[in-house]
Design a protein around this ligand. Structure first.
Ligand code: FAD
Length: 396
């Protein structure tokens, strides 16, 4: 078959790459393991797809080489994402913190933009294809795959690995990119689930479990990073946006900090209250900021039934530490079944930042989540997937 490139994976990166290549008159075939393209786009943002972030810069990404992204983000900007989708009828609305979601449309419409354009430009997407290997031959790259019971292959001068990361195996995720990279001597930055809920076991488990379903606006931080968003208590530990964000910076065994009352100082609040009404109970004061259930649970640590006037110096210190420096030591995370992304991946030093071509294997490109580029929660990961798809399309 006469094609310019084979793209492995009809996810965010592979689909953008196919469309952009089509705009340049290049013919590609996309090979996809699932029965339909764009599985993760469809489930993203609760089916609404947070497709970019207005404030995305290279700063909201974790990578061993933080400068790597600059070239791709210069070539394909957030404005490019916004106007690309607007051209095809998808207008974005900000939900919070710069996160753009389609207004009056959803994730299905995002996928439909790509499938319609592919159809129009005769870019083929072959589904139910499980790619097993890529070999270099004198005729080009030979991509071997399994379709049903049969093993087949296809040859092309260039190949794009856009097969994603390890999260959500039941949605088609495979270790193909990592395995291929490893087998070809490429370095891998250690991988782990990221943007993932964290579990609490042992003596604290029941305390967290009793609060299941409650969410509290907090500042969650460790030595590297801090995030101000909600945390959500669950019967097995902690979730919610602030926890997902810090999980990407958390390593097993580490403790992180939760400030349960960011932007205010509980000691100042108590002292203010003492001036006007010293008989206010600590619980009454805390109920101004938290749901009663949460205040009651803080009773495990704090003298809730004391009046603010009666609190001793050591009790004030305890209150400060509990409210502003609440320490959490998760037992682990919920793993790849619940993670939104993978941290780590193919070392960016193996790849040209300008073209995304593999330095050791000319003609082979990597894009999207399989690489050591991990974005924060909030549309950043799609911005990288679109940008990398675009950049590769210019070069295949
Ligand atoms: C629940 C959930 C919600 C999310 N919400 C958001 C959000 O709102 N905003 C955001 O920015 N990010 C979100 N993400 C992250 C985002 O989905 C990913 O970062 C993005 O999809 C990565 O794009 P990709 O093209 O690299 O990989 P994918 O989109 O994962 O695409 C890879 C494709 O390759 C296919 N594949 C894998 N192995 C093979 C093989 N051997 N042969 C053939 N095909 C193969 C897979 O089936 C898949 O279709 C979310 C992730 C999850 C899990």
């Amino acid at each position: 078959m006469n094609v310019d490139a084979i793209i492995i994976g009809a996810g965010a990166c592979g689909l953008m790459c196919a469309v952009q290549a089509g705009f340049l008159g290049k013919k590609v075939i996309v090979l996809e393991k699932n029965s339909k393209p764009g599985a993760k786009i469809l489930i993203s943002g609760g089916g609404r797809c947070n497709y970019t972030n207005q404030f995305a810069t290279t700063e909201q990404f974790i990578s061993a080489n933080p400068h790597f992204l600059k070239s791709s983000f210069n070539q394909w900007t957030v404005d490019d994402t916004i106007s690309f989708f607007e051209t095809y009828g998808i207008v974005g609305g900000e939900k919070t913190l710069g996160q753009l979601f389609p207004v009056d449309k959803n994730a299905k419409d995002i996928v439909a933009v790509f499938t319609s354009l592919c159809e129009e430009m005769e870019q083929e997407i072959w589904c139910n294809i499980d790619v097993k290997d890529i070999e270099q031959t004198s005729e080009g790259f030979k991509v071997s795959y399994v379709l049903g019971e049969k093993t087949k292959s296809i040859i092309a001068p260039k190949v794009v690995v856009a097969s994603g990361g390890l999260p959500i195996p039941k949605m088609g995720a495979t270790d193909f990119a990592l395995r291929f990279a490893r087998n070809n001597g490429l370095n891998i930055i250690e991988t782990a689930p990221a943007l993932v809920p964290l579990t609490i076991t042992g003596k604290d488990e029941d305390w967290y479990a009793q609060l299941s379903g409650n969410s509290v606006f907090c500042e969650v931080s460790n030595d590297e990073m801090s995030f101000e968003e909600n945390i959500l208590f669950t019967h097995w530990g902690l979730s919610g946006p602030a926890i997902l964000q810090i999980s990407s910076y958390w390593r097993r065994g580490e403790v992180f900090n939760i400030n349960l009352l960011p932007n205010q100082n509980i000691i100042e609040l108590i002292e203010e209250e003492r001036k006007t009404n010293g008989k206010t109970l600590l619980s009454t004061l805390l109920n101004r900021f938290y749901a009663k259930k949460f205040t009651d649970a803080l009773g495990k640590f704090l003298p809730l039934t004391k009046t603010v006037a009666d609190l001793s110096k050591s009790e004030m210190e305890l209150i400060f530490k509990t409210i502003h420096e609440f320490k959490v030591k998760p037992a682990g995370d919920k793993g790849y079944d619940k993670a939104e992304v993978m941290r780590g991946g193919i070392d960016t030093n193996e790849i040209s930042s300008k073209t995304l071509e593999c330095k050791k294997i000319p003609g082979l490109y990597f894009g999207g989540e399989c690489m050591d580029v991990t974005g924060w929660l909030g549309g950043y990961n799609f911005q990288w997937a679109w940008a990398s798809g675009f950049v590769i399309a210019q070069n295949i």
